[in-house]
Design a binder for this molecule. Structure first.
Ligand SMILES: [Zn+2]
Length: 268
């Protein structure tokens, strides 16, 4: 595949990088990334991946754009209120880069559909905002041997880690089980500073890009936390993959996907 003149210009700032080059840009154009959740995290992640020329981007979300989303979900505009988030996201990504094929899935991820959703993708981005979805994505990615980026944001705080099969702990190795329903406030109840999605969602896009190109160190076996009020990034080294982990351990007890009961939380 030879680049057109337009592509050479569009991706020139990538191509000039020794770590990317024509080879890396071709890898991006041939790659497939699935973003689950077109909200605070998924919006910036989707925009940077589209801009970077990730050739196929899937986006899964069941919701419609709400006015209260716009403070942080910058892929949607005021005119998109009431529109399906996946449709609004696709329009923004297509307008940004015609090289990108956007596949939309207007659905919540469940134990019934997630294996089918993730199977054709090289890397998964967890842009969801609730624990049942986060554990479901982890367990499905472990079972399907798919790498993924986990992230969470609330108030002025954010965190992320990356799972690569066979290379480090999974989300469940670290966090074991979802907290009891309603034990943890949602963003709707607790609030979140809008730019937090931009910081952490962009870092998720960065992890996907590095994974695809095969450069640098991923947040595998590491948890990055960000406190916007003190402006501190910390990277905590995590213990190795837990041999007793219920899903990725030597004798897994979770062999079927679980739909945990969801707290009242809708990404709004
Ligand atoms: Zn594990």
């Amino acid at each position: 595949m030879a680049f057109t003149n337009e592509q050479m210009e569009r991706y020139s700032r990538h191509i000039i990088l020794q770590e990317v080059g024509v080879k890396g840009q071709k890898k991006l154009l041939n790659s497939k990334v699935l973003i689950i959740g077109a909200g605070g995290l998924g919006a910036p992640a989707a925009m940077y991946l589209a801009a970077a020329g990730v050739g196929t981007i899937g986006i899964a979300d069941a919701d419609e754009v709400d006015l209260s989303n716009l403070q942080r979900q910058i892929i949607h505009g005021t005119a998109d209120v009431g529109k399906a988030k996946v449709k609004s996201a696709k329009e923004t990504m297509n307008a940004m880069n015609p090289d990108v094929t956007v596949n939309t899935y207007r659905t919540f991820v469940t134990s019934e559909n997630i294996m089918d959703l993730i199977k054709d993708y090289d890397f998964i981005i967890d842009g969801t905002d609730n624990f049942p979805a986060k554990f479901l994505i982890n367990d499905a990615c472990v079972m399907a041997k798919k790498p993924f980026s986990h992230a969470g944001i609330i108030r002025f705080k954010g965190q992320l880690m990356t799972y690569v099969p066979g290379e480090g702990p999974c989300y469940r190795c670290v966090f074991k089980n979802p907290p009891p329903k309603d034990a943890v406030p949602t963003c709707k109840q607790a609030g979140v500073i809008g730019a937090m999605g931009g910081v952490i969602g962009s870092l998720q896009a960065m992890e996907a890009i590095k994974y695809i190109i095969g450069v640098g160190d991923l947040l595998v076996g590491k948890l990055l936390t960000y406190d916007a009020l003190t402006m501190q990034f910390r990277t905590v080294k995590l213990p190795k993959a837990d041999g007793k982990c219920a899903v990725c351990g030597d004798h897994p007890t979770i062999t079927e996907l679980i739909d945990y009961e969801q707290a009242e939380c809708d990404g709004k």
